[in-house]
Write a protein that binds this ligand. Structure first.
Ligand code: CU
Length: 494
């Protein structure tokens, strides 16, 4: 603490105690020159490898057999809750999709006992490992396929460092959740070292309305996830003002994701091939994480606030998008009646009520569909009426901020229906999407009321908290006493 305080004080030229500096810090955004200076000043302090925190997922535990670290990785069918009242049938590992993060040290001898509890053959590929061919995880070509109920044991001498991953080498299995991060900590800690280190798996699923099974052949992705959750159900990254932070993005999906951070400039310091020499780091606030790539970014969290961290592809900033915006979502003399007549209007088959193509489930105002519904059962896809929404979407805080759906009229222009492109987001984000209570957790403590209204898809916060607020949030996280808490390593450090 003394080190951090003196570091901050010298870096920012502030002599007063930290508690008094919140306002000063907020009013003096650091220049890039300052950031570089901070980065250099840190390189003199004792370095260490901070354990990686994989929010909403956590780590795979290990046991020791002599000097061998033994992990037990179990491929299995999992129920993954990706949003309030939206649970999908995925395939993952040890209870989650993505699977838990594996963390080892350079120089370790590692054994992974892989059990296949899936109804079909599988195997595990160790992405980026420079290791022996018999452990590469390509069925038949490098090892026997692991049949249902079968086992295969992988052994590695870890000589690399960086952000790697494990995944099924069968494409559709990968697309239904069979992936996870594999962190190799360097023997000599990186300099400057980081106080917080996070891993974020990027994923997308295509799940039809009122369905629970991802269509792994579809390119129409409507659920975009960070560590198996979609905004606002994602757990924020909690850091203390002044922390040096590393985020490791891992992409094992179908799309590329330009990951964007607000309020800070980071440096790209690593790829799926390990550490980048410091002379080759490049600055930015957005990093494109291509398929099968990892990108490590680092920055000093020197700008207090609840900053967005999100994919910047517009369609990846939404939930359950399945229909058009604009006039086909509403009744008008020229448009399509919302929620009915789609079969004729769009040439769609008329289904039976209760099925995705039933009259009640026509594609309209799609982003409201499914999320925040009363339960993991069929929910309506509009048309929007307050009575219907109150029944079908009981989890939503209708009326948050003193607003009801009926009051939406006061939020749109009187002539809105005459504007060809209306609506865009008017009914898809905002008060009707408020679900703060549904996603309440200690990490969200102190966020502005109603924050969840405008948070969808691949979005989370990095909360850069001044010491007093940081201590308050950490104390609440400790009090929660969650089993297998992904933040355990941070909470244990105090
Ligand atoms: Cu994206």
């Amino acid at each position: 603490m003394a080190n951090r305080r003196s570091f901050l004080q010298s870096a920012l030229g502030i002599g007063a105690g930290l508690f008094a500096t919140d306002k000063l810090l907020a009013s003096t955004p650091p220049s890039s020159a300052q950031r570089l200076k901070e980065s250099r000043s840190r390189s003199n302090s004792p370095a260490f490898n901070a354990p990686v925190v994989t929010t909403d997922i956590g780590d795979l535990p290990y046991t020791m057999d002599g000097d061998v670290k033994v992990f037990h990785l179990i491929a299995q069918v999992v129920k993954q809750q990706i949003a309030p009242n939206k649970t999908i049938d995925a395939w993952g590992f040890n209870g989650s999709a993505p699977g838990p993060t594996i963390q080892v040290n350079q120089g370790d001898r590692v054994r992974v006992i892989f059990d296949n509890q899936l109804p079909e053959p599988s195997s595990i590929h160790w992405h980026g490992f420079e290791d022996q061919i018999q452990y590469d995880g390509q069925p038949v070509i490098s090892q026997p396929a692991v049949k249902p109920g079968g086992r295969f044991v992988y052994e590695f001498n870890i000589h690399q460092e960086g952000t790697y991953f494990y995944h099924s080498h069968m494409a559709m299995q990968e697309m239904t959740g069979m992936l996870g991060a594999f962190i190799m900590h360097p023997k000599e800690p990186y300099r400057p070292h980081c106080d917080k280190d996070f891993a974020i798996n990027l994923q997308e699923y295509a799940v039809l309305p009122n369905n629970t099974v991802p269509n792994t052949m579809s390119m129409e992705f409507n659920w975009l996830l960070l560590n198996g959750k979609t905004g606002p159900a994602t757990t924020p990254l909690i850091v203390r003002l002044g922390d040096r932070v590393r985020i490791r993005f891992v992409n094992l999906g179908m799309d590329h994701h330009p990951m964007h951070l607000h309020g800070h400039t980071f440096y790209v310091t690593g790829t799926e091939g390990g550490r980048i020499p410091e002379t080759a780091w490049w600055p930015g606030n957005t990093v494109l994480v291509g398929v099968a790539q990892a990108r490590n970014v680092e920055f000093i969290a020197n700008n207090p606030g609840d900053w967005m961290l999100h994919c910047h592809l517009p369609h990846h900033m939404m939930n359950q998008m399945s229909s058009n915006v604009g006039k086909m979502t509403r009744m008008s003399s020229m448009g399509m009646p919302a929620g009915s007549g789609m079969n004729t209007g769009m040439g769609m088959l008329q289904g039976t009520a209760g099925t995705p193509l039933g009259e009640d489930y026509g594609p309209s105002l799609g982003r409201g569909m499914g999320i925040g519904g009363a339960s993991d059962v069929a929910t309506t896809n509009g048309p929007l009426s307050e009575a219907k929404a109150r029944t079908a979407m009981q989890g939503m805080q209708h009326g948050a901020g003193g607003m009801n759906m009926a009051d939406m009229q006061s939020h749109v222009a009187p002539n809105a229906n005459d504007v060809p492109n209306f609506p865009q987001d008017a009914y898809m984000e905002g008060p009707m999407m408020a679900m703060d209570k549904r996603v309440e957790r200690p990490e969200n403590y102190g966020l502005n009321a109603g924050w969840s209204q405008y948070m969808q898809g691949m979005m989370t916060f990095i909360r850069v908290l001044p010491p007093n607020k940081y201590d308050e949030v950490i104390s609440r996280m400790k009090q929660a006493k969650r089993s297998n808490d992904p933040y355990a390593s941070v909470l244990n450090r105090g």
